[in-house]
Write a protein that binds this ligand. Structure first.
Ligand SMILES: CSCCC(=O)C(=O)COP(=O)(O)O
Ligand SMILES: [Zn+2]
Length: 218
């Protein structure tokens, strides 16, 4: 499906939804120092051709302007003529869409996701077991255990993007970049937000249990 054949109302609806999510995350201080990026797919999906709206790079994501988002194609190139630059991390979004066919990808830097990704960094994954919010990933087993992948935080984004395929687990809709932040996705913005919130709950839970265990052993 070409970008021009996607209905204008659909594109506007997606921008409206992204703007709302951006506001909600900004209110939680989830975009410190211009960090973070958000995207939502528009139109039909094939692994070879798709389009999505994404935050422009380097903006203060706690303020709203007419230049907050632009549309890009499956390679991360702008789909329309614009002076705006897509997020520096667009290629990671491209790869997540290509591999999952999802509808939205949200990336935030928080203290808890940074500390936990660094703590478990050498293991390449964060183990989480028996935490109620695992059910937000539609995993309902009692005492369920998941493993949240961690990729190295290379400065060269294409080198990170090419590793996504090796670690992506269809049952776990998120990937951490070590000491950087998390990417969470879902079939739509509602689900991507639910997943992101569940991951952040799990990271805070793990951080606090590590501290509790440490103080108990002293
Ligand atoms: C200022 S944090 C470093 C860049 C980053 O990790 C990020 O999430 C924001 O980059 P963008 O190009 O999307 O603004
Ligand atoms: Zn980032």
């Amino acid at each position: 499906m070409s970008f021009t054949s996607i209905k204008l109302e659909h594109k506007q609806q997606v921008l409206h939804e992204l703007r709302n999510i951006k506001q909600q995350f900004a209110d939680r201080n989830w975009f410190p120092g211009t960090s973070g990026n958000l995207s939502m797919r528009v139109g039909d999906f094939t692994a070879d051709q798709f389009h999505f709206a994404i935050t422009a790079s380097g903006k203060d994501k706690s303020v709203h302007t007419a230049e907050d988002f632009l549309f890009v194609d499956q390679s991360g190139a702008p789909a329309e003529t614009t002076d705006l630059k897509p997020s520096a991390e667009t290629l990671i979004h491209c790869e997540i869409y290509r591999l999952t066919g999802c509808g939205a990808v949200f990336h935030v830097h928080t203290i808890f996701n940074n500390l936990i990704s660094e703590w478990f960094g050498e293991n390449g994954a964060v183990p989480a077991q028996g935490i109620e919010l695992i059910k937000a990933f539609n995993i309902w087993d009692e005492n369920a255990e998941i493993s949240i992948p961690i990729l190295p935080n290379f400065a060269h984004i294409p080198s990170i993007a090419e590793l996504v395929e090796n670690v992506l687990d269809p049952a776990v809709p998120g990937i951490l970049l070590r000491n950087h932040g998390i990417y969470a996705w879902g079939k739509n913005a509602f689900e991507a937000k639910k997943h992101l919130e569940a991951f952040e709950f799990i990271f805070e839970y793990l951080y606090r249990s590590l501290l509790l265990n440490k103080s108990n052993s002293n």
